[in-house]
Ligand binder design. Structure first.
Ligand SMILES: *[C@@H]1O[C@H](CO)[C@@H](O)[C@H](O)[C@H]1NC(C)=O
Ligand SMILES: *[C@@H]1O[C@H](CO)[C@@H](O)[C@H](O)[C@H]1NC(C)=O
Ligand SMILES: *[C@@H]1O[C@H](CO)[C@@H](O)[C@H](O)[C@H]1NC(C)=O
Ligand SMILES: *[C@@H]1O[C@H](CO)[C@@H](O)[C@H](O)[C@H]1NC(C)=O
Length: 392
């Protein structure tokens, strides 16, 4: 009886483990750097997606050109899971207009249980950056990897370089894990945010390294249950909740943890930023802990008067309510004297701010000087070692 039972278990588990594999080269992809492999990738996806088993798509070593924008759609997939195992590099056309108005270069839409593992994405964004910085009129640019309306996603060991705009965008997704991701673009490349999150829940970002010309991680409206741990950021503009509060009706940001991160030479460290506009948005339940700052311009920053050029902000007051934000064990060096700046909304002051063991020194040239903190409309408590002295 018992052995029959074990045999049944063995048969069931081997059926569950049944897998099919597809190699993009069998569909005509060529890793020679100049044959457009877009169609071959789509055919491989279509086969994997039609399979009733769990499927793996192999992208071998070599350089695969994806000359135009590509969408992997999951609505009609029958497979229980799809793994895309990348050994090589996917490159965009060096002519930026080939993808610059597409929204995303590589897009996943309505997929479930998809893992992207290894590989490099090179969107060849430099020519678009120089167009933008020259002041000419240029296209907005495209996100390298955009994932929309999807669940149970793993992105592991992926490297993204030189995006035109955002490197990775997670929009309206649930249960997404990014680990061992490496992102790099020039420190002066415009809008090349590392990872941008919108309206997603249960996103985890672990053990990743991000160097960009904009935010390393930016957290837009509607994100909840986000966990960021062991991330190195720099150069870049730091980790930012916001910009929030552009819309009057906007979903809030809730339950965000940023732990064990290092900022090196960045414009900001941990920032919350809201437009000085009417909004019913909110930020609540945020923990920033075990953070090392190395030569960071604005290590701890809440700015609720964001209104570049002073346009579109009729009352100059943000409606976004910021509540229950903890800064715990934040240490290192500030490149400006005001190391802690909590500039909250006059109409909707911050409450429940907690500073605990914040130890930041201002390094000016080669001298260490005391840093200062600055508060406006911010209430809360402070404890432990506090350099600069708390202004709460
Ligand atoms: C995929 O096909 C290429 C070319 O035939 C081959 O070199 C590579 O080893 C294959 N990869 C896998 C994982 O089967
Ligand atoms: C996958 O299935 C769809 C519709 O069910 C069909 O149109 C398509 O040709 C199939 N693709 C492959 C590669 O079998
Ligand atoms: C907050 O988010 C974490 C994941 O980041 C999750 O484990 C936890 O359950 C969430 N807490 C609440 C109250 O939802
Ligand atoms: C500090 O920097 C200045 C100018 O760069 C230099 O002249 C001076 O020797 C430095 N002092 C120390 C103690 O290194």
């Amino acid at each position: 009886m018992k052995s029959l039972f074990l045999v049944v278990i063995a048969i069931l588990s081997s059926a569950a483990a049944a897998k099919v594999t597809y190699n993009v080269t069998s569909f005509g992809a060529k890793g020679d750097g100049n044959t457009d492999s877009t169609k071959a990738f789509l055919s491989a996806w279509s086969s994997a997606c039609n399979s009733t088993k769990s499927a793996t798509i192999y992208i071998p070593t070599g350089t695969f050109l994806l000359a135009t924008a590509i969408t992997f759609a999951g609505e009609r997939c029958m497979s229980s899971a799809i793994t895309i195992r990348i050994y090589g590099t996917l490159v965009a056309s060096s002519e930026y207009n080939a993808i610059a108005n597409s929204g995303d270069w590589i897009r996943f839409h309505r997929v479930n249980h998809v893992t992207i593992s290894g590989g490099t994405l090179d969107a060849k964004g430099a020519s678009l950056w120089s167009c933008k910085t020259s002041g000419k009129s240029c296209p907005k640019g495209t996100t390298s990897l955009g994932i929309y309306n999807s669940q149970n996603i793993v992105i592991s060991g992926l490297k993204s370089v030189n995006s035109q705009m955002f490197h990775i965008l997670i929009d309206a997704c649930t249960n997404v894990k990014l680990q061992g991701v490496s992102i790099s673009a020039s420190g002066v490349s415009p809008n090349t945010d590392g990872i941008h999150l919108i309206s997603s829940t249960g996103v985890t970002i672990l053990n990743s390294k991000i160097a960009t010309g904009d935010d390393c991680i930016s957290i837009g409206p509607g994100n909840t249950n986000l966990w960021i741990e062991k991330v190195a950021c720099g150069p870049g503009h730091g980790i930012s909740i916001g910009s929030l509060g552009w819309q009057l009706e906007e979903p809030g940001v809730q339950n965000i943890t940023v732990s064990t991160v290092t900022f090196r030479g960045t414009e900001n460290g941990v920032r919350i930023k809201t437009w000085a506009r009417p909004s019913h948005g909110f930020v609540t339940g945020v923990v920033f802990q075990h953070v090392t700052m190395v030569n960071v311009q604005n290590p701890i920053l809440i700015e609720q008067k964001y209104c570049p050029e002073g346009n579109n902000c009729p009352n100059q007051v943000s409606g976004v309510k910021i509540k229950d934000v903890v800064y715990e064990d934040i240490h290192g060096t500030s490149a400006s004297q005001v190391a802690v700046k909590l500039d909250c909304s006059e109409g909707n002051p911050c409450s429940g701010i907690r500073l605990q063991d914040v130890n930041l020194n201002y390094i000016r040239g080669n001298q260490t000087q005391p840093a200062v903190s600055s508060c406006a409309y911010a209430a809360g408590t402070a404890s432990g070692v506090l350099h600069p002295t708390s202004c709460l």
